[in-house]
Ligand binder design. Structure first.
Ligand code: NAP
Ligand code: ZN
Length: 353
């Protein structure tokens, strides 16, 4: 079936209307009418081919992996959903489902590489996958999660990437009471990191380059906010952190954050800047420290995160935009001008020009 979408045709062309094809639902597939899709900085990196060295972009590129919608059709063998249910799809639509990592529910680390929601080889179409900036998506039910009909659907969409990407490492590194935790960068990921680390009971310090975000940082749950260009404020935290979650989308000085860790502390990258960032060995040696990374989260953990959000009343702080404003939203992301996730109201794809 054909469906309307927004696509980039090259690294240098803005996103524009396009028509794409979705498969007819197979026995274990659900067809979802997309109501909302969050705008992740990864969408921008991918659409503009900034990750060319690692995952070159295939065009047309339809980004979008923070998808919430309504199930409209289900295959014969679908057990988890029925037409009319709300469902969500995040960064993955498939994996090998057999390797040791998949078997542990870590599909994001599938030995054969997961099938990402966009820009991955599509096992069905023979082409590449196309994401959520579209009216419809068809996905195997194992890679869709349930959304409560009580949820604020637009504010739920960003949980599917920004939420799980911050929740998973905070859980893995056992953030909780008695731990001092830093969150670097108050954007889509960072603001979810602040909310989660606070809800998990840690002492939360936000690092931002934007003095204008200090008050919001505290409102969102940071106990302290440090403007990272203030050297004296940075120095006051030397050697004191158990864990720092780095949510920054562009090049920055990792060494200054490594200096803030205590013995056996960990600095975990979730931000994925396009160019490598230098690390001095001495930043890690004295005292012993860890530099780590983390990628999204598995499907079971995504459902766990949604349930955690429901229990703690957590969702994303969003600015709802029509899809016609998506290029403007990308420009604003590059300026750090986001409070704190753009979410596309997909109804605009039907009605807008
Ligand atoms: P975003 O909303 O644009 O937020 C990024 C924030 O980083 C900005 O708001 C800004 O915060 C800070 N920042 C930007 N440029 C900076 C610079 N030059 N120096 C220091 N700080 C800077 O982006 P996002 O959607 O949260 O995504 C963040 C990164 O995570 C992206 O690289 C994205 O691709 C990546 N990502 C990774 C995964 C994963 O699985 N690991 C999943 C999703 C996204 P302040 O104004 O507070 O300084
Ligand atoms: Zn994302």
């Amino acid at each position: 079936m054909t469906t309307k979408a927004y696509a980039a045709q090259s690294a240098t062309t803005p996103l524009a209307p396009a028509t794409i094809t979705r498969r007819e639902p197979l026995p274990t597939d659900v067809q979802i009418e997309i109501l909302y899709c969050g705008v992740c900085h990864s969408d921008l990196h991918q659409a503009r081919d900034e990750w060319n060295q690692f995952v070159p972009t295939q065009y047309p590129c339809v980004p979008g992996h923070e998808i919430v919608g309504r199930v409209t059709r289900v295959g014969d063998k679908v057990g988890k959903f029925k037409a009319g249910d709300f469902a969500a799809v995040g960064c993955m639509v498939d994996s090998c489902r057999a390797c040791p990592n998949c078997a542990q529910g870590l599909e994001q680390y599938c030995h054969q590489f997961p099938t990402f929601t966009y820009n991955s080889a599509d096992k069905h179409s023979g082409s590449h996958t196309l994401g959520g900036y579209s009216e419809q998506i068809v996905v195997d039910e194992s890679f869709a999660v349930k959304v409560s009909d009580k949820a604020n659907l637009a504010a739920t969409a960003p949980l599917l990437c920004a939420g799980i990407t911050t929740y998973s490492p905070l859980r893995h590194w056992k953030v909780g009471p008695g731990k001092k935790v830093g969150i670097v960068g108050l954007g889509g990921l960072g603001h979810m990191g602040v909310k989660f680390a606070n809800a998990m009971g840690a002492h939360v310090v936000l690092f931002t380059t934007s003095p204008g975000k200090v008050a919001d940082g505290k409102r969102l749950g940071a106990h302290e906010v440090v403007v990272s260009t203030d050297e004296a404020a940075m120095a006051a935290h030397r050697g004191s952190f158990d864990f720092i979650l780095d949510c920054v989308s562009a090049q920055h000085d990792l060494n200054s954050y490594l200096g803030l860790l205590k013995l056996d502390g960990t600095h975990c990258l979730v931000g994925a800047p396009e160019k490598p960032m230098p690390v001095a060995a001495f930043s890690l040696l004295m005292p012993r420290k860890n530099l780590a990374g983390s990628g999204i989260g598995g499907i079971a953990e995504t459902q766990e995160m949604l349930d955690f959000c429901a229990r703690h009343g957590i969702s994303s702080d969003i600015e709802l935009i029509p899809i016609q404003k998506v290029n403007e939203a990308y420009d604003r992301l590059l300026k750090g001008d986001v409070r704190y996730r753009f979410v596309i109201d997909m109804a605009s794809l039907k009605t807008g020009n």
